[in-house]
Design a binder for this molecule. Structure first.
Ligand code: SAH
Length: 286
């Protein structure tokens, strides 16, 4: 036993070996791991994602990945940015998938690192389909998704007995090419469900989404919040209700990425705020 001050410094490799009992998965040459880094804070990284980071020859990463996470990569690993940045045109999805195939065919050990969870609104499934089609072996490394971990970071429970029995994770952005930005979802059906809705990629369309939910029968005074840069030091929260939140966001634009959460669970943060308060910068409660 060593005392607090004498604790030896160990490498990420040693930490992973210790914690996974030396049985961590091996990233093989020619293999791709589609991994999630969680939202914001690098502390959300799973041990399996860390395992991938310390083995990869190439890391193809997205904008939502905390750059501090990449410090854990091997010094000789090459880092390739494949995300959107500040509204500038992003690399086309098909080019990213093609790049993964080509790196794997070159025998590289490839880590495709995405924010949150790769299979939750992250286009990970599209990349996996291309890899499967090309016969490239791949592995999915789940991550904490923003819609759940981001809520917790803002002091909002995803479920609470007596408040909700389900939670809907939805996108506020239709597939490309559709005229109506939110046409793919039956908002009236979601309104009837009467359960909280967590919206990804919804800030731009919140006005029309709120209108459709209210037309579908959801009460305009259902609590609603926007969580910007959840689980990062820049986290900001704007709290209102379904009717007022779109206007509040227009007057006080929040930096992206941001989540919207609509439902009774939002009000729970008043009661739970105490402990979580330190982690939450509330921009305004209206
Ligand atoms: N695969 C990711 C989601 C990618 S879609 C996941 O599982 O979390 C991108 C959307 O995720 C953003 O538009 C935003 O709505 C949400 N998002 C991701 N990280 C976030 C963060 N740190 N804070 C708030 N929203 C976040």
């Amino acid at each position: 036993m060593t005392s607090e001050g004498e604790r030896p410094i160990i490498s990420p490799q040693r930490a992973v070996d210790l914690l996974l009992g030396g049985r961590g998965p091996v990233l093989q040459p020619g293999q791709v791991w589609l991994a999630g880094a969680g939202p914001g804070d690098r502390g959300h990284l799973t041990l399996h994602a860390l395992c991938g980071l310390i083995q990869a020859d190439v890391i193809v990463y997205d904008a939502l990945v905390d750059p501090g996470v990449l410090d854990l990569a091997r010094p000789e690993a090459s880092l390739e940015f494949a995300g959107k940045r500040g509204g500038r045109p992003s690399i086309h999805q098909s080019d990213i998938s093609a790049r993964l195939v080509s790196l794997a065919r070159d025998g590289r050990r490839v880590l495709r690192l995405k924010g949150g969870d790769p299979y939750v609104f992250g286009r990970g499934a599209e990349e996996a389909l291309v890899l499967a089609g090309a016969g490239i072996p791949f592995r999915i490394v789940p991550g904490l998704t923003a819609g759940l971990a981001g809520l917790a970071a803002a002091g909002i429970p995803a479920t609470m007995r007596g408040v909700n029995q389900a939670i809907v994770l939805a996108t506020g952005h239709s597939a490309e090419g559709e005229d109506d930005p939110v046409a793919s979802l039956d908002w009236a059906a979601l309104a009837r469900l009467g359960q909280p809705i967590v919206l990804y990629m919804a800030v731009r369309n919140l006005d029309v989404i709120a209108r459709r939910l209210i037309e579908g029968g959801m009460a305009p005074d259902v609590p609603a919040a926007a969580i910007s840069r959840a689980a990062t030091p820049e986290q900001r929260l704007l709290v209102g209700d379904l009717a007022t939140l779109p206007g509040l966001l227009e007057r006080t634009p929040l930096p992206t990425p941001a989540l919207i959460v609509i439902g009774g669970i939002v009000a729970m943060r008043d009661a739970l705020g105490g402990l979580a308060a330190e982690a939450v910068a509330v921009l305004g409660t209206f």
